[in-house]
Design a protein around this ligand. Structure first.
Ligand code: BGC
Length: 758
């Protein structure tokens, strides 16, 4: 705490301090004029500014700002520098509007594709969410504007989001739902973190001491301020004690009074309140005392929005290289209202009153392209008429290539509610099928914030996933469709074949009061790949107009201690005729058998640009954490000794190169040995196996010394069965054997545990 803040704390009255812990209105903090403490404004976030003129929430009351591609899209870029660049632009826009904090990035894990807010979130994978979230934060904060990484934590559904308790086991929280936030905190120090509405295992995040204080503050070393999600506060005093500094929005004075009363009664100490106030003051003063001037060239940012979208669109399918379109040689038909009215952003708090919108039709016109357009279905995206269908069919017959613009209307996915189906509006699916029946050259261009089913997937030649691509998505679409830009995005989430295949199908979104995460760590590709399930499009998938060859996988060493880590390199060559970008993915698979692990987990990615014929070496650094799981027994990240496979892939289902490594664990203890532990449990772990090596050899010898016939004459089961029995005997069952007492067994167990201490 700096001297200025200490001085202010000494001068503020109890009532003023309590007042600083909640908003002045919907978007501003309270000032204390007599001490020169200003009020600052915050604004949504995350893919453009939603800065309000007044105190309201009315979208039309927002200042115009540039709408950039949503998180679902930008994550598909897998490009840290792009996310940083987006952050820098938002930081500049924020300075121009005097916005102290941009309420983003939103990095919750996409547990189910049904979550109504997935369009805002980045990925089903915590490594991707953390890396890209951290890059965005660094960009915004480089302009001295704050960020608010949200929603901490486990806000993975919109159904009953204000009250539901997400019931998640410790390992799943640590491995799936928390690491994205941890990476943001450790790499980019976000000025604020927004706590989620929901409860975790029965305790609301806004008053969850384990979450906000023990984990975030004490374990991860977070130095910034925790702000509530808007209206997330229930017990304000408990919240202060748990380290929730600022309640947003205004509380009508009620919770300020609660704080004052709690200090007077001794329930809350002045130190606890000072801690909260100091974080609010730091946030306010950091912004106002180092304020940078903002450049806000909307035209420039509009162009940047298209560039970001171009990096984010994912070419899912391109049979016989139908794309890029050949203009003016081909007769091209555009159909589907999204072509003139694209869905470019999500609904709810991230809805932006955009500066201007460029559709594919606008962009084609600007580029002087001769493209015919018929609507295909009604402007509402969900109804049609026989005349519209007939017109589209006739036009499709006459065209060389048909581009159908399809996707989800806003009513199908938004903040505040979950989807109930993965399907697109029926009229759109029907239109695609009908046009595919009259023309084999169908390209589908999609506008959606989350995966959809594609009953027509085998009947169309090409699919371009544009997600919610921001206000200039039309320019990006035209540049990609006509080959000015080579697509380079890849999916940061799996597209399942059916809703019934999704990992939490049976439990999502719970019974209203609770939602049990029974699928545990098996989220996204961790589920589909471990179960070897067919999917529509796998995690990490995305095509290019060129092709890439992977070779020369090299490791700095093949056997090492986990704490040393390892350097991995691979050479990637552009083997096609066009310049293009490739996203190279590194996955780690644990083959030690010590704990239940996903088939593989992403631990590195890089995006590189290559000219035709050019090769580049890509390098990755793996550390202890890359191999580790969260050990609930020892409460630490633990990488068991043994073999691991390092895979380099173009997607989670397109692994090009693999190598095996042998890791020696710096932590020896996979679990605490008790009289209930079996020899088999210990054998699976290298350090533990060493402790019982002699006993195990004795057991083996006993079996090996007998022929199968001798064995079967003596025992009523085969030898292998006997070995299994020996291995599954807990130590306690040795009581009485060779005169062993329970004390002897307890002593032996204690000795084993001692031997495993670091
Ligand atoms: C949303 C937040 C948002 C806030 C302010 C809440 O309902 O969950 O993400 O930042 O409103 O608009």
């Amino acid at each position: 705490m700096n001297n200025k803040i200490k001085d202010l704390l000494s001068k503020l009255t109890l009532e003023e301090k309590a007042g600083l812990c909640s908003g002045k209105d919907f978007w501003r903090t309270k000032p204390v004029e007599r001490l020169g403490i200003p009020s600052v404004m915050v604004s949504d976030g995350p893919s453009g500014l939603r800065t309000q003129f007044d105190n309201g929430v009315d979208e039309n009351d927002s200042r115009p700002a540039v709408s950039f591609p949503s998180g679902c899209a930008t994550a598909s870029s897998f490009d840290r520098s792009l996310l940083r660049h987006l952050g820098e632009i938002l930081g500049e826009e924020a300075n121009n509007y005097n916005v102290s904090t941009v309420l983003g990035p939103a990095i919750n894990i996409k547990r189910s594709p049904l979550c109504g807010r997935n369009f805002e979130y980045l990925s089903e994978d915590p490594y991707v969410s953390g890396e890209l979230g951290a890059a965005y934060i660094s960009g915004v904060q480089s302009k001295n504007v704050g960020t608010s990484v949200k929603h901490f934590a486990a806000n993975n559904q919109e159904t009953n989001r204000f009250s539901v308790s997400e019931e998640v086991d410790e390992r799943t929280l640590r491995e799936i739902y928390l690491p994205g936030f941890e990476t943001c905190v450790k790499k980019s120090a976000p000025t604020t973190i927004m706590c989620s509405y929901n409860a975790i295992n029965g305790e609301l995040s806004s008053q969850n001491k384990w979450l906000l204080k023990d984990l975030l503050r004490d374990e991860w070393g977070y130095k910034g301020m925790v702000v509530s999600d808007w209206g997330a506060v229930y017990n304000r005093v408990k919240g202060i004690k748990a380290d929730l500094s600022l309640e947003m929005p205004y509380s009508g004075g009620h919770t300020d009074n609660d704080i004052v009363e709690a200090v007077k009664s001794g329930e809350l100490t002045m130190e606890e309140l000072d801690e909260a106030v100091s974080h609010v003051l730091e946030m306010v003063l950091n912004y106002t005392e180092h304020k940078q001037s903002g450049v806000f060239d909307m035209e420039k940012d509009h162009a940047a929005s298209a560039k970001i979208a171009e990096e984010s669109c994912v070419l899912l399918k391109n049979e016989n290289c139908l794309l890029p379109l050949k203009a003016p040689a081909e007769k091209i038909l555009f159909t589907g209202c999204f072509a003139e009215n694209p869905r470019y952003g999500g609904g709810g708090s991230s809805k932006i009153k955009c500066y201007k919108m460029t559709s594919a039709i606008d962009a084609a016109r600007e580029a002087g392209l001769n493209v015919k357009y018929v609507k295909g279905y009604n402007d509402d995206f969900v109804t049609t008429s026989p005349a519209l269908t007939a017109e589209a069919e006739q036009a499709a017959r006459e065209a060389d290539t048909v581009v159908v613009f399809a996707g989800l209307p806003e009513s199908f996915e938004s903040e505040g509610a979950d989807r109930t189906s993965l399907d697109m509006p029926q009229v759109q699916n029907e239109l695609i099928e009908k046009l595919a029946a009259v023309n084999p050259h169908i390209v589908v261009v999609l506008h959606n914030g989350a995966p959809v089913t594609m009953p027509w997937v085998d009947k169309v030649a090409a699919i371009l996933e544009c997600y919610l691509g921001g206000e200039n998505i039309g320019t990006a679409q035209i540049n990609i469709l006509f080959g000015k830009t080579n697509p380079s995005g890849k999916l940061a989430e799996t597209f399942p074949l059916r809703l019934e295949d999704t990992p939490c199908y049976l439990t999502y979104p719970g019974n209203g009061r609770t939602c049990h995460y029974t699928e545990g760590i098996f989220v996204g590709y961790r589920w589909y790949d471990s179960r070897k399930m067919p999917v529509l499009f796998p995690f990490g998938h995305g095509l290019s107009y060129t092709s890439f060859e992977y070779s020369d996988l090299k490791l700095s060493k093949t056997a090492f201690e986990d704490s040393e880590g390892v350097d991995v390199s691979v050479t990637v060559k552009n083997t096609g005729d066009l310049e293009g970008k490739e996203i190279i993915q590194l996955y780690v698979s644990d083959k030690t058998g010590v704990e239940i692990r996903p088939e593989k987990e992403l631990k590195g990615f890089e995006k590189i640009s290559l000219k035709p014929g050019e090769s580049k070496k890509v390098t990755f650094k793996l550390d202890q954490r890359s191999f580790a799981y969260w050990n609930t027994d020892t409460k630490e990240w633990y990488a068991p000794s043994g073999n691991y496979i390092i895979s380099i892939g173009a997607s989670s289902r397109d692994i090009r190169l693999t190598a095996e490594v042998d890791v020696t664990s710096s932590g020896k203890k996979a679990f605490t040995i008790t009289p209930q532990t079996t020899m088999g449990d210990m054998l699976r772990n290298r350090e533990m196996a060493a402790l019982i090596h002699d006993d195990y050899m004795k057991a083996r010898k006993f079996l090996d010394d007998m022929t199968d016939e001798e064995f079967e004459a003596k025992f009523p089961f085969p030898k292998e069965g006997m070995l299994g029995m020996i291995l599954s005997n807990p130590f306690r069952s040795n009581r009485g054997r060779d005169g062993k007492t329970m004390e002897d067994i307890l002593k032996q167990v204690e000795d084993y545990n001692k031997a495993l201490e670091k």
